[in-house]
Design a protein around this ligand. Structure first.
Ligand code: PLI
Length: 458
């Protein structure tokens, strides 16, 4: 049965042509890219589902805002607008701008993490954990167990922190060895799964008991708020803005990549309530990002970001965004294609272990599948499995339970017919899955290896 589709709550006034290369050329391009979809040229991609990061379409109101860019080195009006917007929407006292999310992750890690400290979180994210480890920190996964089971679709908030795991860590290492807990709303690597309000509240209460700050990764917080409205009793009549306000009242600060739920192409921030933390971050931002009144963003970027954050709170917008992703997932699932369930907020994740049962994890089934999907259809997707997980301090590969291919839907970019083409194309690959071979390394970079690593078929 076909899933219901909500019409786009926008009309198109500017277009960007896309082309589907002939099949032989696609095979050549992916080979040249070392079978890594990150290394394809954008012009060779027909439908780009690599990421929803910075790939959003801005509204006419945001584009109009670009013309109001105040490019002063200090004290830009657009910064004041962005700062006021963040304080108003999220309720924090202090905001430090950064060029994107990882700039904010760098600042908080530099300030709070000392070598040997443990940082609990609801599943790792690549850049977040990399910054923790660069400061000598040890990331500890405290997400509920079911988040690692792609088939489990009976859990509405698969991103929740497991409070027992969290408390066990506190008791084991001592609260003084935990600089903060990082709570991602939603959880990207678990398939875009949300965290419930009840869990956010409980995590905050436990953290306060032990004197541990709670830092949210707010990157996809609006999608999380939508899921709370839809799935958590008591929130059905609340606005997205009210839900966001309550969510962040259970935290001491956040990092945010504006490139996702900020509906912009570039931008980020760190927001906190503690004045001393703010002073330290303002000192460091000058070294790594730029003045505390731009942090690596242009004035026009900041204006678009402030406007994008407000637009993201609109119910019609966020409903279409999340339901569009669900439409893609439901239609793939109804054909028997194994995906992570329930479908998350920003992407459909194919379970590559089930799709390609004959390829062992150390032969990179998820990347092999991503390469095959490109070759079949010109659609670009992303590996989220063993390659993304990287190696530990001893140089051993992490073996994540989830070996996934992410089909990430950019905001306000593609229409229903694009998504239907995606479903048809993945179905074609699924029917010929036996022909897909595993891969081996040709070049492995030392950090964040998935971005630039190169491979060849076995
Ligand atoms: O790409 P940045 O530096 O603006 O943000 C880093 C970042 C932090 N947290 C989370 C949950 C992310 O998803 C994230 C970036 N995500 C990317 C690039 C993605 O493709 O999912």
């Amino acid at each position: 049965m076909e899933s219901k589709y909500i019409p786009e709550p926008y009309k198109i006034k500017m277009v960007e042509p896309i082309t589907l290369l002939p099949k032989e050329e696609r095979a050549e391009r992916i080979k040249e890219a070392g079978y890594n979809t990150f290394l394809l040229r954008s012009k060779d991609v027909f439908i780009d589902l690599l990421t929803d990061s910075g790939t959003n379409a801005m509204s006419h109101y945001q584009w109009a805002g670009l013309m109001l860019g105040d490019e002063a080195y200090a004290g830009s009006e657009n910064w004041i607008h962005l700062e006021e917007t963040v304080k108003d929407l999220f309720g924090f006292k202090y905001v430090v701008p950064t060029h994107q999310g990882r700039g904010a992750e760098n600042l908080i890690s530099l300030i709070l993490i000392k070598p040997g400290m443990h940082i609990p979180g609801n599943m790792y994210f690549t850049t977040t954990r990399a910054h923790m480890e660069l400061q000598g920190g040890i990331f500890v996964d405290v997400i509920r167990d079911e988040a690692h089971e792609p088939e489990r679709d009976d859990i509405p908030f698969k991103g929740d922190v497991d409070l027992e795991k969290y408390e066990a860590l506190i008791k084991k290492v001592g609260p003084e060895k935990i600089p903060y807990i990082c709570v991602a709303v939603t959880v990207n690597m678990a398939g875009g799964q949300p965290v419930s309000m009840a869990n956010l509240k409980a995590v905050y209460e436990m953290s306060q008991k032990y004197g541990i700050p709670v830092i949210f990764d707010a990157t996809r917080c609006v999608e999380n708020a939508y899921f709370i409205k839809k799935r958590e009793p008591g929130y059905e009549n609340k606005t997205i803005t009210e839900i966001i306000r309550e969510m962040f009242s259970y935290s001491d600060g956040c990092t945010m990549s504006g490139k996702k739920d900020g509906i912009v192409n570039m931008g980020g921030f760190l927001a906190v309530n503690d004045e001393d933390l703010y002073r330290q971050a303002s000192g460091l931002v000058v070294v790594y990002e730029g003045m505390p009144s731009y942090g690596g963003m242009t004035g026009r970027d900041m204006e678009a970001f402030a406007r994008g954050l407000r637009e993201a709170m609109d119910y019609d917008y966020i409903r279409h965004r999340v339901e569009q992703v669900r439409y893609l997932g439901d239609n793939m699932s109804s054909l028997g294609i194994p995906i992570v369930k329930p479908v998350g907020g920003h992407a459909v994740f194919i379970d590559a272990r089930t799709f390609l049962p004959n390829i062992p994890q150390n032969e990179f089934p998820a990347l092999a599948l991503a390469a095959a999907i490109y070759e079949q259809s010109g659609i670009r997707t992303m590996e989220r499995g063993i390659i993304s997980a990287g190696r530990d301090k001893e140089g051993k590969d992490y073996y994540p339970k989830l070996e996934l291919v992410r089909l990430t839907v950019p905001r306000r970019v593609y229409t229903r017919s694009h998504l239907d083409y995606v479903v048809d194309s993945v179905k074609d690959v699924f029917e010929k899955a036996d022909n897909i071979k595993g891969l081996e390394w040709v070049y492995e970079p030392p950090v964040l290896r998935f971005f630039t690593g190169r491979f060849k078929p076995l």
